[in-house]
Write a protein that binds this ligand. Sequence first.
Ligand SMILES: C[S@@+](CC[C@H](N)C(=O)[O-])C[C@H]1O[C@@H](n2cnc3c(N)ncnc32)[C@H](O)[C@@H]1O
Length: 303
Amino acid sequence: MSDQPHSADWFGEQRDFWWNRDFLDLMAARWRLHEAASLADVGCGLGHWSRLLYPYLRPPARLAGVDREPRWVAEAPERFRHAFPHVAPELFSFHQGDAARLPLADDSFDVVTCQTVLMHLAQPLEALREMLRILRPGGLLVCVEPNNFWNYLAFTSLTEDEPVATLVRRFEFWLRQHRGRLATGRGNHSIGDSLPGYFSQLGLRDIAAHQNDRPAPLFPPYASPDQKALVAQERQWKNAATGPWNKADMRELFLHGGGDETFFENVFANIVEKYHGEQQAIANGKFHAGGGNINYLVSARKP
Ligand SMILES: C[S@@+](CC[C@H](N)C(=O)[O-])C[C@H]1O[C@@H](n2cnc3c(N)ncnc32)[C@H](O)[C@@H]1O
C-alpha cells in the first residue's frame, strides 16, 4: 500500500455512491450554486466531488482542482472530459500543489471546496486560511468532512449479543487510535465535528452545518449497486491476515494515544476476528448494518 498515491484505496467504485442526487439538488439550492461561475476543489483527487458540483454552476463555469499527488492531477482531466464532453477544455485546470500553498490567485473563485481532505492534514486551519485566500469576498466555502469514529461505534447484526466489556474496550481502542493520530500530526478523521467552530474562529459569516443523508447500509442479499460495490471493496481486503489494517501502524498510533502493548494485542486480535466474522456473515447472508457514515457539509461565506 505504501507505494500507492494518497487515498488510492478509497477511489474505487463505492465512491460513486456517496451522494443522493436529490440531496445535492437541495444543497445546491441552499448554497445558491447557480450564481457561481468558478470553483476550486482542494485535494481534488480524481475529481469525484467537483464533477458532482460542476453541473450546478452558472455556465460557462471555470473549475480548478489542486492535489499534491501527481498521478491524480494527471488522470483527473480525462475524467472531466469524459463527464463533460461539450465543455471547453480551457475551463478545466488541474494543478499539483499543497493545500497549505495553493498555486492559485487571491480572491479568484466564487466557490472553494474540499471533500475528505482536511481530515488528513496536521494543520487544517492553515489549509482553511489558504482556501479563504483564493475565495473572493462574499464567496462560498464548503468543506465535506466526516466523523469516522462513529462508524466504529455503530451497531450491526453481530454486535447485539457481545458483552458490554468487549464493546467498551473496542471503543477505547478506537479512541486511542484517534488520539494517537492527533498526537503524531496524522490528521483528525473526525474533523467534521470541529469545522463549525473553526469557521467561527476564522470570522466567516452565514455558517451552516448539514449532514449527507446517505449512510452505507448492508443487508441481504446485498444486491443494490451501492451494496455490491461495498462488498467488492471489502472482498479486496478480505484475504489480508489483518483485514484492511496495517498492524504496525495501528500499534504506533495506539501507543501514542496513551495505550499499552497488552491491551493493543488483545483488542487488535478481537478487531481482526470481528472483521473476518463480518466477512463470513456476509458470505452466509447473515450480516446487516445501517452503515453509520456521518459526513458533515459545513459552509460559510467569506466576509
Ligand atoms: C480521500 S481523498 C479525497 C479526494 C477528493 N476530494 C474526493 O472526495 O474524491 C484525499 C485527497 O487529498 C489529497 N491530499 C492529501 N494531503 C494533501 C495536501 N497536503 N495538499 C493537497 N492535497 C492533499 C490526496 O492526494 C487525496 O487525493
